[in-house]
Design a protein around this ligand. Structure first.
Ligand SMILES: *[C@@H]1O[C@H](CO)[C@@H](O)[C@H](O)[C@H]1NC(C)=O
Ligand SMILES: *[C@@H]1O[C@H](CO)[C@@H](O)[C@H](O)[C@H]1NC(C)=O
Ligand SMILES: *[C@@H]1O[C@H](CO)[C@@H](O)[C@H](O)[C@H]1NC(C)=O
Ligand SMILES: *[C@@H]1O[C@H](CO)[C@@H](O)[C@H](O)[C@H]1NC(C)=O
Length: 172
């Protein structure tokens, strides 16, 4: 393939491909999982959370729960009385961070006082470079490139189609 054609193809693919998902799944507490006596403040400080990422709480079956609480006050007081959401079945729960801002989670079964709580600050979704805001100039270029690549691809498809027909061992 000629380099210019290859470049156009790449441009075309980037222009029409859906934005690649950069969502990450964070295992809360890494190897230590969701358990008492882990410093989740330290853990959370070492991560960057974005909208669309997931927190995977992995815990010992039938021992713990994860409860999302409303605010800093409830979080600080280990107060699960006005919880937003809670989960305690199985051995894990994956929670989607679907908005910006802070999320607070505690264990309601007493272990919160033993450090079993985590708060994360969620930033806007990280955009891949391909869909970063374009200048007018580059948008004009990319639509022209798209048109040219489209014509080139049509030609390629036509010649590939012809090649396939020619190489078939039986008449079609
Ligand atoms: C967790 O570690 C931070 C330092 O990263 C410290 O300031 C904090 O007091 C620790 N929290 C607990 C509950 O030990
Ligand atoms: C924090 O949430 C509790 C319920 O858990 C609510 O009663 C309280 O008013 C809230 N405080 C603030 C400062 O939003
Ligand atoms: C968990 O949620 C259920 C309802 O979905 C509620 O009955 C229960 O009291 C909640 N538990 C905690 C610890 O918040
Ligand atoms: C995030 O998810 C929760 C729980 O499903 C839902 O109640 C809330 O409306 C969602 N927020 C946004 C901004 O989509």
């Amino acid at each position: 393939m000629a380099p210019a054609a290859a470049l156009l193809l790449v441009t075309l693919l980037f222009a029409v491909a859906p934005a690649p998902s950069l969502a990450k799944v964070f295992r809360v507490g890494d190897k230590q999982g969701w358990a008492p006596k882990v410093n989740y403040t330290t853990w959370a400080e070492q991560q960057q959370f974005h909208v669309g990422d997931w927190l995977n709480f992995v815990y010992q079956k039938d021992m713990y729960d994860m409860v999302q609480v409303q605010n800093e006050t409830a979080y600080a007081a280990c107060d699960a009385s006005a919880s937003i959401f809670n989960y305690s079945r199985g051995t894990n729960y994956a929670f989607e961070l679907n908005r910006t801002g802070r999320f607070y989670f505690i264990c309601s079964r007493g272990y919160c006082f033993d450090g079993m709580k985590v708060s994360v600050l969620v930033h806007p979704a990280a955009l891949p470079p391909a869909v970063a805001p374009e200048s007018h100039k580059s948008r004009a270029f990319s639509s022209r490139a798209r048109a040219e690549a489209g014509a080139w691809l049509a030609a390629l498809a036509a010649s590939l189609g012809a090649a396939v027909l020619v190489s078939l061992p039986f008449p079609v």
